[in-house]
Design a binder for this molecule. Structure first.
Ligand SMILES: [Zn+2]
Length: 342
């Protein structure tokens, strides 16, 4: 029996990117407790799972309500980027949806600048090891989508790398967001909407046809349509999957039935992510550990998943060229208890 701590240390040594992480839902529990105490808000108690989307979004909004100043946002982001180092995450892309603050912390520009400040504060050379994905919620409309797109372009040189789309995908359409995604794509930013989390496979197909994404957050519903899996593979669209989050939000019937390994083995580029570190109760290292334990993935599989995350990151430089040889060495060394091919 291999010591679990040894396995986790080895998994933390694998260079990888976290491409799907939401700022407020991923704050440290200690920070959440401290902010709740400071502002006289009930503490965040994370449940075992979320039977409905609204049970999840209600708790997410309570996390957001803990962010009561731009300094709070700056601090949460700085802590996430700092924690990433210990997890072996060499690049982090953080989702932020400025309009959901509803003007509570001032203009949307202020939120973006505070989050960018937080991301830079942990880097010794002044450059963040990652970037921001500015998102729009599906309940908002065309005007807000275009405002976010223009904001993303404006802050592209400062560390905004992509535009996202979040929220309940069962209650809204696509038309309001097409123009905004066209705008950011033309400006050289990434297009990384959520899709195929709660919604059906047809949402993933429509997302692909109408938004022409570089990556899709989740996308796991796509696994239920063989033709769609083939299209995802052919077009090389990376799915930024979060297994524990999908189980806890009941996007899949059970962990055993999660299609992560099926998508990987079908040749679809997949990355592994925590999505909501606090609310799902997992880090990216937990997710790598989970796919070994539950899906029998090998060290070489993990190396390929980490390589996917670096290849599809919206970084300026080529992260895979920079870290590829370290991944190869990691696979050759093999995680304890697992041979490189086993
Ligand atoms: Zn997400």
């Amino acid at each position: 029996m291999v010591d679990r701590d040894v396995v986790r240390r080895r998994l933390a040594e694998l260079p990888k990117a976290e491409l799907h992480l939401h700022a407020e839902g991923s704050m440290r529990q200690d920070t959440a407790d401290e902010l709740a105490d400071r502002y006289g808000i009930d503490p965040i108690v994370v449940p075992r799972d979320y039977p409905t989307w609204s049970s999840f979004s209600t708790l997410y909004e309570r996390c957001r309500s803990l962010v009561a100043s731009l300094d709070d946002l700056r601090r949460i982001v700085a802590e996430l980027f700092s924690d990433a180092v210990a997890l072996g995450t060499v690049w982090t892309e953080l989702h932020l949806v400025p309009h959901l603050y509803k003007g509570r912390l001032g203009r949307v520009e202020g939120l973006v600048e505070a989050a960018l400040d937080g991301s830079r504060s942990v880097s010794s050379d002044g450059g963040a090891a990652g970037g921001l994905i500015l998102g729009v919620d599906r309940n908002l409309g065309r005007a807000e989508a275009l405002e976010i797109a223009n904001l993303a372009v404006k802050y592209h040189d400062d560390g905004v790398v992509a535009m996202g789309l979040t929220g309940d995908e069962t209650t809204s359409g696509f038309a309001d967001f097409v123009e905004a995604f066209d705008l950011v794509r033309d400006a050289g930013l990434g297009v990384v909407p959520h899709s195929g989390e709660q919604g059906p496979p047809s949402n993933v197909r429509e997302t692909m046809e109408r938004f022409r994404p570089d990556r899709i957050s989740h996308g796991v519903a796509g696994a239920r349509d063989g033709g769609l899996v083939e299209t995802l593979r052919e077009r090389g669209i990376c799915l930024d999957v979060a297994v524990t989050s999908n189980v806890k939000l009941r996007s899949v019937p059970s962990l055993r039935e999660h299609p992560f390994a099926q998508l990987f083995r079908a040749g679809v580029p997949v990355s592994l992510n925590s999505d909501i570190t606090l609310l799902a109760g997992c880090t990216i290292v937990d997710e790598y550990e989970l796919v070994v334990r539950e899906f029998g993935m090998s060290a070489s599989d993990l190396g390929a998943i980490a390589s996917n995350s670096l290849r599809h990151a919206r970084a300026n430089g080529d992260l895979l060229a920079r870290y590829g040889s370290r991944i190869d060495a990691w696979v050759e060394g093999a995680a304890p208890g697992h041979s490189p091919d086993g």
